[in-house]
Design a binder for this molecule. Structure first.
Ligand code: 8YV
Length: 314
């Protein structure tokens, strides 16, 4: 029965991956259904694997209607939108695309940091709007030699730290415990890190445990000249507190690739000159999205072949 090999795509992923999956498996697209619940009630028992994105995940209410599902393959590394305890209780494997997007995400973190501190977007607008003819751009903030504080020292945090070292930056970090074999200075608590950072960069996982940990008290601990960079998840930041901190000069600026309620970005953030905004694109390069697709496909194929999953996390 071929339908027992059906794959459910919860949210759109890159076309080439959809085409590959559709060529080899019956593929259902949940996001195209007018009535997703009615669709799941009808087709749910045929679905053996779910493919979704890191930023979307899959709700338990969907998994509950898939009695035979055994895999959730995530296009991305974030597992915050999947209830891992529930998946474990149902013996549903969860796979991610670890490793392949690390460099791109670290590149974008440095890009946001440089763009913010060196006013690259302002400079671009300044030239395009013909304002150069009437004088120069206000002075920017130096990056080289400054202190970068990383919240999270996993693969992505370490890749950012290596890049920052190339800018002669002093690297500090906070994580649950010091990461062995790294020469960077570990701070036992987030507020100490915030206090000592010229650039505070969030490279930690989302999820309930970290929800809103970058709050008003953290902004208060940061120096007034400091920048916040977030390439992780919007949920880690109290977005309203960030807006207030930016409006009131509590911190100097922010470079953000992720938000609370994507793709909605509050008008208050859009109105601020000292904010650099990106539409969640840290892993969005041709090269990396191709590798992510290959990993997702490999996990789905391995699952149906009864083989070991290359990206399993549980
Ligand atoms: C992607 C991500 O943007 O890895 C993640 O968790 O958030 C990103 O790589 C997303 O999963 C795909 O759109």
């Amino acid at each position: 029965n071929t339908l027992s090999r059906a794959v459910l795509l919860v949210a759109p992923v890159i076309d080439s991956l959809q085409a590959r999956l559709a060529a080899d498996f019956p593929l259902f697209r949940l996001y195209e259904q007018d009535d997703p619940i009615a669709f799941l009630r009808e087709q749910g028992e045929n679905i053996a694997a779910v493919v979704t994105r890191g930023d979307v995940g899959v709700q338990n209410s969907v998994l509950e209607l898939l009695p035979h599902v055994g895999l959730v393959a995530i296009f991305g590394v974030g597992t915050d939108a999947v209830d891992l305890d529930y998946a474990r209780s149902r013996q549903i494997a969860v796979s991610i695309t670890s490793g392949v997007l690390t460099n791109d995400v670290a590149d974008l973190a440095m890009g946001l940091l440089l763009c913010g501190a060196r006013q690259l977007c302002q400079g671009d607008r300044f030239v395009r709007e013909g304002r150069w003819l009437n004088g120069g751009l206000p002075l920017a903030t130096q990056v080289s030699g400054k202190r970068i504080g990383l919240l999270g020292m996993g693969n992505i945090g370490q890749a950012i730290a290596r890049r920052a070292a190339g800018f002669d930056m002093q690297v500090l970090y906070h994580d649950r415990k010091p990461v062995e074999g790294l020469g960077y200075q570990w701070c036992a608590d987030l507020h100490t890190l915030a206090h000592q950072s010229d650039f505070l960069v969030i490279a930690a996982s989302g999820g309930e445990a970290n929800r809103g940990i970058i709050d008003a008290s953290v902004f208060k601990a940061m120096p007034a000249h400091a920048w916040l960079i977030n390439i992780a998840r919007g949920s880690l930041v109290d977005q309203q507190a960030l807006i207030l901190a930016l409006q009131n000069g509590v911190i100097a600026g922010a470079g953000l690739d992720v938000f609370d309620d994507e793709p909605h970005v509050p008008a208050e953030l859009v109105a601020l000159e000292n904010v650099v905004l990106q539409p969640h694109v840290a892993s969005a390069t041709h090269e990396t999205r191709k590798k992510m697709s290959d990993v997702v496909y490999a996990n789905v194929a391995a699952y149906f072949a009864g083989a070991k999953l290359p990206g399993a996390i549980n």
